[in-house]
Design a binder for this molecule. Structure first.
Ligand code: ADP
Length: 490
């Protein structure tokens, strides 16, 4: 190795400049004494200069290992600092041998770097976990900064308000004055606020918004959090309950006030009028029957609702049910010159179900067909055994039964609401025919309990088809199919 190369190694090895400066400073006092001796003639100039040089070199040689180790430690700290976070590993600490330094110093530095790294990893994992919780929360969340802008938003908020929410002023995202006012107040330092608002659009949704301040601003500048909770279903249920109570009271009050009126008349002016009394008693009987039917339907509905969550386990035969209903309503049909025609499609259609409740369903449907069908027409009750080839439009596994009438039909816009309690296409007509407005609601709830479905097809001026779908009974399904085959063969 030539001299220059050696010199470079030496410089890399120790902090040369620091060493030479320290050696020069330490050699200064003895060098001063030697130079003084030379000036005063007590020592020769050459020996004095040689003495100065020897002192300087001696001190330098003494300090060299100390400075070498210091440089190693310094370089190590520098490497730790320049490390690419967090991918690269902590480098091994250098070995030092200087008597002036604790040999465990580099290892202690490495240890503290490792501890910092592990804390950083834990912190990263915690942040990632929090992010995951935040973004997977089902409720929309918006984080606000001091300027009232959205800092961050979770996925649910993105789904509700669209993407790219970060950085937008809140007023651009939710245009609801009460909510904006509450958010401004919280950002300005007020305590938590709650606001309810409705989102505009075809499908209105009601949200309860809670705007809460953070204890201190978050590192990303968040000062408040808006969490939204969809209360549409709750508000709808509350409204339905209120409507139901109002409707039920109204339905009962009408015949009740009529009864009271007739009783008062019979006690007063018509006391001695035998003809009026007979007529009034007839009307009173009709009104009382109406109230009775209504109370019966209400009780039936609440009983069905009570065990709606536990599906029936028994088996019932739709053909036997249809035959029984046809027999029991034959007379009523005849009063309107109507006939009930059965097209069962099989000897029996076994389904998983409660025979009494299914009888109530078919009875309500055939009863409606009689009420709303034209005089002198035929009502057809058609069975569709499970797996049959003539399954209705929305074919599915399981059995079905349709009740088809030739009546005035139902305008399209009413179809989705028919199974709501007290919903009628023509209120006066339904009342006049003795309807309670609860028949189809009962059908729907019984079908819900059976994990089945009800479907309405109607053509105004031609008639309606009400179809119920039920899960087929597995044990006897073969028999039903055999019945179908027999029917097809005959
Ligand atoms: P209601 O006691 O009034 O008949 P339902 O719940 O059974 O009550 O029926 C609700 C409404 O649906 C009825 O008022 C009527 O307007 C309409 N509807 C039901 N069945 C038929 C049908 N077969 N033909 C025409 N309209 C019907």
């Amino acid at each position: 190795m030539d001299l220059r190369a050696r010199w470079r190694v030496l410089r890399r090895w120790i902090a040369w400049r620091d060493l030479s400066r320290a050696a020069a400073r330490l050699a200064l006092p003895p060098a001063g004494v030697l130079l003084l001796l030379a000036i005063t003639g007590a020592a020769g100039v050459v020996p004095a200069l040689l003495g100065v040089l020897a002192t300087y070199l001696g001190i330098g040689a003494l300090l060299a290992p100390h400075f070498r180790d210091l440089k190693r430690v310094r370089d190590y700290v520098e490497r730790l600092r320049a490390r690419e976070e967090p991918a690269s590993a902590i480098p091994d600490p250098p070995r030092i041998a200087s008597p002036g330094l604790d040999r465990r110093l580099p290892e202690a530095i490495a240890e503290s770097a490792r501890a910092r790294e592990s804390h950083r990893r834990e912190l990263d994992a915690a942040i990632r976990g929090n992010e995951a919780v935040l973004s997977n929360l089902p409720d929309p969340l918006l984080l606000l900064d001091r300027g009232g802008n959205v800092r961050r938003a979770n996925r649910a908020a993105g789904r509700l308000f669209g993407s790219g929410l970060a950085g937008r002023p809140l007023a651009n995202v939710i245009r609801h004055p009460d909510l904006l006012q509450a958010a401004d107040a919280v950002v300005a330092g007020e305590t938590q606020q709650e606001v309810e608002f409705t989102t505009p659009g075809d499908i209105e949704r009601v949200f309860s918004a809670r705007i809460a301040p953070l204890v201190g601003p978050a590192p990303d500048g968040t000062v408040a959090v808006i969490s939204l909770h969809d209360v549409t279903a709750i508000r709808r249920a509350e409204q339905m309950r209120a409507d139901f109570v109002a409707n039920a009271s109204h339905e009962l009050r009408t015949p009740l006030s009529s009864l009271l009126g007739f009783i008062e008349t019979l006690q007063g002016p018509a006391q001695d009028d035998a003809e009026a009394r007979d007529r009034f008693l007839g009307i009173m009987l009709e009104q009382a029957r109406r109230m009775y039917n209504l109370v019966e339907d209400l009780l039936s509905l609440s009983r069905i609702e009570l065990d709606e969550h536990s599906p029936p386990r028994g088996e019932a035969d739709l053909v036997a049910i249809a035959e029984g209903v046809a027999r029991s309503l034959e007379l009523r049909a005849k009063q309107k010159n109507m006939a009930i025609e059965l097209a069962p499609g099989a000897d029996s259609i076994p389904v998983v179900g409660d025979a009494d409740q299914l009888t109530q369903v078919v009875q309500n449907l055939v009863d409606n067909a009689i009420k709303y069908g034209r005089d002198g027409t035929v009502i057809r009750v058609i069975g569709h055994p499970a797996g049959g080839t003539d399954q209705p439009r929305r074919a599915r596994r399981g059995a079905a039964l349709s009740v088809v009438d030739q009546g005035e039909g139902i305008p399209r816009e009413h179809l989705p609401r028919l199974t709501e309690r007290f919903y009628r296409v023509d209120k006066a007509r339904s009342r006049e025919l003795g309807g309670t407005g609860l028949g189809l609601a009962i059908v729907k709830h019984i079908m819900n309990r059976h994990r089945g479905d009800v479907e309405v097809d109607s053509v105004v001026g031609e008639g309606s088809r009400f179809t119920i779908y039920l899960p087929g009974a597995p044990a006897r399904r073969g028999r039903a199919e055999r019945g179908m085959a027999d029917a097809a063969a005959s």
